[in-house]
Design a protein around this ligand. Structure first.
Ligand code: GAR
Length: 201
């Protein structure tokens, strides 16, 4: 399955997905990496891996709808059937999601439904939870609320600041996102209500 990866910044999750996809037995390939800003450091990392890149910046379009159309057209133009949001810091509306129904994944650095939104490592620290982690989920119009595909938990240590906790979570992100993409590309994920059932091979 060809997938497109959307990024806004560093792109370390994109690299973990592209690295997994480069293995000969992996059921997906990255068709294109698209950033919403030319400043996204991940663009150079993708190019260095031989992956096609594109920039679709919202400022170049009259409104959000035109931006989302261009984003979807760029992905479709590269043959992407599925889309992975990997540190893509924008909310996508139904207009975009309807172009890839049930085929848009996101990774979020908390154990959803706890701590949706931004600055979530600090929110986890402030709340005093003993565990946090990451979640890969299907994207729906409600932010960070779609059906959960995989999660990984990490302990929150008393000496942690947000950066230390983020680094511990990120290590898990790099392992669970490629695994979720594998299950997705193998067609093994079935959404039943809010639950995602993983079919055995
Ligand atoms: C990751 O921690 C990802 O979970 C988070 O941004 C970081 C991107 O890092 N995403 C969100 O907060 C989405 N709301 P990366 O660019 O190195 O993959």
């Amino acid at each position: 399955m060809k997938i497109g990866v959307l990024i806004s910044g560093r792109g370390s999750n994109m690299v973990s997905i592209a690295t997994a996809c480069a293995a000969p037995d992996f059921p997906a390939e990255v068709a294109v990496v698209v950033a919403d800003t030319p400043a996204a450091a991940g663009l150079e990392k993708a190019a260095a891996m031989g992956v096609a890149t594109a920039v679709v910046a919202p400022g170049e379009f009259a409104d959000r709808g035109a931006f989302e159309d261009a984003l979807a057209n760029t992905l479709a133009g590269h043959g992407a059937e599925g889309v992975c949001l990997a540190g893509f810091m924008r909310i996508l509306t139904g207009r975009f999601l309807d172009r890839f129904p049930g085929k848009v994944l996101n990774i979020h650095p908390s154990l959803l439904p706890a701590f949706p939104g931004l600055d979530v490592q600090q929110k986890a620290l402030d709340h005093g939870v003993r565990f946090s982690g990451c979640t890969v989920h299907f994207v729906t119009e409600a932010m960070d609320a779609g059906p959960i595909i995989v999660q990984a938990a990490v302990p929150v240590l008393e000496a942690d600041d947000a950066d230390a906790l983020a680094a511990r979570i990120l290590e898990q992100e790099h392992s669970v996102y490629p695994e979720a993409v594998r299950l997705f590309a193998e067609g093994r994920l079935r959404v039943v209500g809010r639950r995602v059932i993983v079919d055995t091979k």
